[in-house]
Write a protein that binds this ligand. Structure first.
Ligand SMILES: Cc1cc2nc3c(=O)[nH]c(=O)nc-3n(C[C@H](O)[C@H](O)[C@H](O)COP(=O)(O)OP(=O)(O)OC[C@H]3O[C@@H](n4cnc5c(N)ncnc54)[C@H](O)[C@@H]3O)c2cc1C
Length: 602
């Protein structure tokens, strides 16, 4: 049989066991103990059919490789090599220091991959309890091993650099404190939580119980801090005032915090992006601007928690600024201005166009509607690119966060009341400034021109995107369109998720080919809009455990996330409603490698 079709690799699931069992039997390989380790098995799949497998049983920082099998008739076509290369690569990523195996028939084959014969008496104790050692393999099997080139242990002398002192960056600091790992926090703002303060007037939809990192709470409580009432909904600025500022002021945190310090680039000492040999032993170099002066720091690892709030998406529907958008800047607010507070004069008695279909747009529209009630002459127009508002209207009473459900429900009521002019399916292409007023033009869903004249102000609430310049000299791997970490992309892609619920994940999904670099917090989601602080707190618990070399804790990812209640409704944007997701899958899950784009929610 010849392999004449595309071959791909994917992780195995329990459902694959019959296919794996057949492969092992066909190759006369032992079955004992294999099924218990399927979560670290890789499969080669061709035309939907499993044509090869390879597994690793992980015992702390060593692993037993086994079950390397290819379908009869497909040998010598490179399938085994593909599987082994990937398995070895994954083991390196996981900080495995040595791979072992037992083989009766193929010692020469494994020798090509650098495995050397050894004395079975030298096998680590952990391996001896495995099924293969307990008799599944005959006594005359060759015992072989190969050392892996792994990330060196973190230099004790150098701190871990946390970029950004938002809720997730500070939660990382709390976890590093727990593990007595030195750190430095570099924050662009003049205060911690600078982005939350920018929309400090917005009432969050998640109650306090989801907004305080447990490790931060522990450190604070040891200093006499009182936790806010778990069920209350804070304003964004209250998270800063009641949690982030007191935590940052703790004597074990304050000396490590560098405010007014904007990181502009990260690299590795004496290594540009291309140079490989010895790369992972080289410290990170963080270049920042502090009080107008350039500074450089060295770090053993980097946790990028700089968020996305500073790089908003434009008004233009194609992701580029609309023609004329730059010239109209003075009349465009990106984000959520304090319409009923400090920014009132800007909107009172004016006609404002709100662009976007997320929670920020909902907040802005509801505030504008209130201003219109208080101040006649204030008018509001809402334009959205999509024809469906399923996601912004949300799950209503089905949302596990009632305030999030209520936000969508209130917006729906506002739209239905006729208190705003509503334009759906508008793809904005140009903004023209003329005599102090803006004329917005674009195309409707049929591709016909649409003009929205006489606009005084625009609120652009089209979301944010990550600033990729910071790490452009490092080896990062991103989802091609979301710009999230690569492994997270399939879990959060709004094209295939009708729900905003994302299953828990940890250090493996947040790492990059650049060892020691992790992207966490809302930045790890790239352009996807569904991030919750609680997710970030769990992310950094796992990442810091991985940095500390405690892989057992790092891989144990558990988190109860509130469901959006939108699951299964489907949207016009995600045309394949079969992809609308969640089903009966539990929301609590353990960390896993990336799953295909059609899967979601765990
Ligand atoms: C309007 C709104 C409402 C939200 N409501 C909720 C909610 O109810 N519940 C919930 O769980 N989540 C909510 N979120 C989502 C999310 O939890 C928050 O965005 C949260 O603040 C993300 O935390 P973070 O630490 O990842 O990033 P951020 O809070 O954005 O923090 C990033 C920090 O990095 C700093 N920084 C940026 N660039 C640099 C640089 N180059 N150098 C140094 N420092 C830098 C920033 O100044 C900032 O302090 C909401 C988001 C928005 C926008």
């Amino acid at each position: 049989m010849l392999l004449n079709t595309n071959l791909s690799l994917r992780p195995a699931t329990q459902a694959d066991w019959p296919a794996i069992e057949a492969l092992l039997l066909a190759n006369k390989l032992p079955l004992d103990g294999a099924q218990a380790h399927l979560d670290t098995y890789l499969l080669a799949v061709s035309n939907g059919e499993v044509v090869g497998c390879a597994g690793a049983e992980i015992y702390g920082r060593v692993a037993l490789m086994r079950s390397v099998a290819v379908a009869p008739g497909l040998h010598r076509q490179g399938i085994g090599k593909l599987l082994l290369d990937r398995l070895i690569h994954d083991a390196q990523r996981r900080d495995t220091v040595r791979l072992y195996l037992l083989t009766v028939t193929a010692p020469e084959y494994f020798a090509q991959y650098g495995f050397k014969r050894g004395k079975i008496e030298d096998a680590p104790q952990a391996l001896r309890a495995s099924a293969e050692f307990q008799g599944a393999c005959p006594a005359w099997a060759a015992f072989m091993s190969r050392a892996l080139h792994v990330t060196p242990r973190r230099s004790e002398a150098l701190p871990v650099a946390i970029l950004g002192a938002g809720p997730v960056g500070l939660a990382a600091a709390a976890r590093l404190l727990e593990r007595h790992i030195p750190f430095v926090i570099l924050e662009a703002g003049k205060q911690v939580g600078a982005n939350l303060l920018d929309y400090g007037h917005v009432r969050l939809f998640s109650p306090w119980q989801y907004n305080v990192d447990p490790a931060m709470a522990k450190h604070l409580a040891a200093n006499g801090w009182q936790a806010p009432p778990a069920a209350d909904l804070p304003l964004a600025r209250e998270v800063v005032e009641r949690v982030l500022l007191p935590f940052a002021a703790l004597p074990e945190v304050a000396p490590a915090l560098k405010l007014n310090t904007r990181v502009i680039a990260v690299s590795r000492e004496c290594f540009d992006k291309v140079k490989s040999a010895g790369r992972s032993e080289s410290p990170f170099i963080i270049r920042a601007v502090q009080g107008g002066e350039p500074i450089e720091l060295r770090a053993s690892a980097v946790i990028d928690a700089t968020g996305t709030w500073g790089t908003p998406n434009p008004v233009g529907a194609n992701g580029l600024q609309a023609l004329g958008e730059a010239e109209a800047q003075a009349q465009i607010s990106y984000g959520i201005p304090d319409i009923l507070g400090s920014a009132r004069a800007r909107f009172e008695g004016r006609r404002t166009l709100v662009v976007g279909a997320g929670h920020s747009a909902a907040n802005a529209l509801l505030a504008l509607a209130e201003l219109a009630r208080q101040s006649p002459g204030t008018t509001l127009t809402w334009s959205v690119r999509s024809l469906s508002l399923t996601r912004v209207f949300g799950g209503g009473s089905a949302d596990a966060l009632p305030a999030r459900g209520q936000l969508g429900a209130s917006l729906r009521a506002l739209r239905d009341s006729g208190a705003l002019a509503y334009i759906s399916g508008l793809r904005i292409t140009a903004i023209k400034l003329d005599a102090g007023q803006l004329t917005v033009t674009g195309l409707n869903a049929q591709g016909e021109p649409v003009t929205v004249p006489s606009i005084d102000q625009i609120i652009c609430a089209t979301g944010q995107r990550p600033d990729l310049a910071l790490t452009s000299e490092l080896r990062v791997k991103l989802d091609p369109w979301l710009e999230s970490t690569e492994a997270l992309g399939p879990l959060i892609d709004p094209n295939v998720h009708s729900c905003g619920t994302v299953r828990p994940h940890g250090h493996r999904e947040l790492a990059h080919p650049e060892s020691g670099l992790y992207t966490v917090g809302v930045k790890s989601y790239g352009r996807a809009p569904t991030f919750l602080m609680a997710t970030g707190f769990e992310q950094v618990r796992s990442v810091v455990a991985a940095i500390a070399g405690d892989l057992e804790a790092a891989d144990r990812v558990e988190l109860d996330l509130p469901e959006t209640g939108v699951c299964g409704i489907g949207t016009a944007d995600s045309s394949d409603t079969e992809n609308s997701c969640c089903g009966d899958a539990p929301v609590v899950a353990t960390a896993a490698v990336a799953s295909p784009k059609s899967r979601c929610c765990g």
